[in-house]
Design a protein around this ligand. Structure first.
Ligand code: ADP
Length: 153
């Protein structure tokens, strides 16, 4: 089953949204398979946000991500990468749809609460970037037959 990487950014930690966001993923029926707190460094952020390196906001976005520890998570489920992106909402919190995490809790393009992998290729690379192999757990959810039909699993 697909896996995706989620980061609860300093804006989520400082605003007391950790449990709210985890609850949204759990209620959707996603399964948490890895979680840890990390203080991010320039070194890892230069790689993680490498696609933004030429943007004028690159340094301020990195500084924002370093202001306090973040919570890194790995979630699994059917089509979890696109499901989590739908739950997260579009990048700019001002315009993200109401009902999404960014739409409900952010009014900023930078302070937008969560990072979520945007493709299967990115998810694979990002999970390896932030987790050692033994930090991702493989276990079954006993309720899976209440989450999916047999032909969906
Ligand atoms: P997403 O996080 O939705 O995948 P991007 O990969 O384009 O979006 O951008 C990474 C992060 O950089 C965003 O989540 C946001 O925190 C920050 N960012 C993007 N665009 C801007 C901008 N115009 N000004 C400030 N910060 C930005």
């Amino acid at each position: 089953m697909e896996k995706t990487l989620v980061i609860l950014k300093p804006s989520a930690i400082q605003r007391g949204l950790i449990s709210e966001i985890i609850q949204r993923f759990e209620r959707k029926g996603l399964q948490l398979v890895g979680i840890k707190m990390m203080q991010l460094s320039d070194e890892i952020l230069n790689i993680h946000y490498g696609h933004l390196i030429n943007k004028p906001f690159f340094k301020q976005t990195k500084d924002s991500m370093k202001r306090c520890p973040v919570i890194i998570q790995c979630w699994t489920g059917i089509d979890v990468i696109s499901v989590v992106r739908s739950l997260t909402g579009s990048t700019d919190g001002k315009y993200a749809s109401i009902g999404t995490i960014r739409g409900d809790f952010s009014i900023s393009i930078q302070e937008n609460i969560v990072h979520a992998s945007d493709s299967p290729e990115a998810a694979e690379i990002e999970i390896k970037r932030f987790f050692d192999r033994n930090e991702i757990f493989n276990y079954s959810l006993n309720i899976s037959s209440y989450l999916y039909a047999d032909n969906e699993k």
